[in-house]
Design a binder for this molecule. Structure first.
Ligand code: FEO
Length: 135
């Protein structure tokens, strides 16, 4: 059973963005399953790669939309994205030094991110972008 199932509470009502967010949720669920099966060591490298891709593709996608339409919460939003990027870089260093707590730390961080950023900060742009015809 996955840790987190997609549901409408997670939706920002913009399909292209929801699809990108689903990839992060899938990574979280994969990590959870790997931890349960004591196989996290095998999944961490793949997840770090996935997270790096997510930061480039997804964050850029949102940032471009916000800038293109003049969203005034842009700077604050981008600062949160930058914090995530720094965290992934920290995770990479911990992976390279075989930190035993890394998998749990990543699980906690991504869970908190989904709740705080996707369900909080991301949802704030929905009415604005929908009003601009995005979606
Ligand atoms: Fe969907 Fe702002 O990350």
């Amino acid at each position: 059973m996955p840790l987190l199932k997609w549901n409408k509470e997670l939706s920002v009502e913009i399909n292209s963005i929801d699809e990108q967010h689903k990839k992060l949720i899938q990574m979280l669920n994969n990590l959870f399953t790997a931890l349960k099966n004591d196989e996290e060591a095998n999944y961490l490298r793949q997840m770090l790669k996935g997270l790096a891709e997510y930061t480039v593709e997804h964050f850029q996608y949102e940032e471009d939309l916000m800038q293109e339409h003049g969203y005034d919460g842009y700077a604050e939003h981008k600062a949160e994205h930058d914090r995530f990027v720094s965290k992934v870089s920290e995770f990479r260093k911990k992976f390279d030094s075989d930190d035993e707590d890394l998998a749990i730390e990543m699980l906690d961080f991504i869970s908190d991110w989904i709740q705080g950023h996707i369900m909080g900060t991301d949802k704030k742009y929905s009415p604005f972008l929908l009003g601009k015809g995005v979606g």
